[in-house]
Structure formats: structure tokens, C-alpha cells
Design a protein around this ligand. Sequence first.
Ligand code: CA
Ligand code: CA
Ligand code: CA
Ligand code: CA
Length: 259
Amino acid sequence: MKHVIYVSLLTLALAFVLCLPHAAVYAADGAVISTIDSDNDGLLDDMERTLYHSDPNVVDTDGDGYPDGVEIKSGYSPINNKKIPLKLLDTDKDGLNDDWEIKLKSDLTNPDTDGDGIKDGKEVMDGFSPTSADKTPVEKKIEVNVKNFTLKYYNGGVLLDSILVSTGARGYPTPRGTFAVLKKKPVVHYGGPGYGYDLPNTKWNLLFTVQKYGFFIHGAYWHNLFGKKNVSHGCVNVAYKDMERLYNWAQVGTPVHIQ
Ligand SMILES: [Ca+2]
Ligand SMILES: [Ca+2]
Ligand SMILES: [Ca+2]
Ligand SMILES: [Ca+2]
């Protein structure tokens, strides 16, 4: 009997704890951060409502068999049941893909988050904030690490992407230091007669310094050694799949740090 009462009391206490309203948590600026994940899918209710636009009470909002939290973690949309990565999806067709909308905390269902009449995509490409009508330019920067074969780029301190590259081969060092994008060229013909290499119609070229000749960060379609081997004549080679969005985002004047 004693044992039954003990168990009942324990159950009651547990039920009480589970039903307790979750205590509010405050951010540094005093804003309330909810810690509730009602459907237990790994995404907080507030984030589901405001950032991901998934249903905070449904584990698998788009009904494709994958829980919302799993989709976000693996780079897929919890509100679109087609198997398209967030980086290729532009739900509100404003020129800013869903992965960047989430990173920059703009509204991926509203083409003009801050209501200033300019679409989110255009604001980010032009160097302004999509979430504030404030016209202070947002700082952009590109960082290349030759040894690690990586290129990272940041928008207002937010890491937009980290991609694998291939830089200068032995005897053709990529210049180190701090530069800036000097010119954007959609198509460049590298080499040609007398160069020993001929690479026409190369897309998405960012000129960052002119020494003996110009050095670019550019797309490369003739090899797949990104992240594996440095094979260029000094330029920073990027896979086409990664280069287009970097090119569109970069602006003349965007700092380029190479180490
Ligand atoms: Ca949730
Ligand atoms: Ca799903
Ligand atoms: Ca968008
Ligand atoms: Ca806007």
C-alpha cells in the first residue's frame, strides 16, 4: 500500500513538473527567448514561427517523412517537400535563397522584410541590411586560407559560406595579404596561344590584385581538385556550384584577406 502511494505521489510530482510553464529566458538586450519546443522536433517554437516558418506543433510540417529539426540540420526546408536544399530554394522569390535568409534572420516568406520598398536579395547584394531600413552599409569580407584550401565569406559578421578552393601550384604562389575586389568580370579567357594553357569562357571572376598580371577568385570548370591540391597559376579556383553566388554577392571594394 505504502509502495502504491509512493508511486502515485511520484507520478503526480512528475506530471506537475512537466506541466509547469517554462521559465522565460532573457537575451542581453532584454528580449524574451523562448525555450519551448512544443512538438519536440529540435526547433524552438519561436524559431519555427519567425525564422523557419514551420508549424511549432507539428513534427514534420511538410509531411515528407523528415522531422523539421532534421531538415534544418541537414540543410533542407521543413516547409517544402521537394528534395531541394535550402541553398537552392528561394521561397519568396526575392533573390535571397532560404539558407541565407535564415542566416541573416530575414523573413523567407516576405520579399521585403524591412518594408523599405527594396527586396531582401537586392539589399544583401548591394551591401545593406534586409532587416533594417537603416542605410548604413553592411561589412562584407572574403577570407582565403591557402594551406587549408578554404574560402569563407562573411556578411556583417555572419558566415555565409565556407567552401573548398584550389590556389597556386608550386612555382605559382597566390599572393598573400589584404586586397579588395577591384573588378567583377562575368567571363574571362585565361591563357591562350603562348601561355601553355587555354581556358576560354571561364565564368564568375573577381579581380583582387594586379601585380605582374591580374589575380582572380574565379570559377574553374577544368578540374575537381578543390580542397585537395593547389593547381592554379596563382588564382583562387572555386567550383562552379559555389562560385556563382559568391560572385553575385561580392562587390567592388569587398576586402579579400589571403593567408
Ligand atoms: Ca519545435
Ligand atoms: Ca519534413
Ligand atoms: Ca528569399
Ligand atoms: Ca527591404
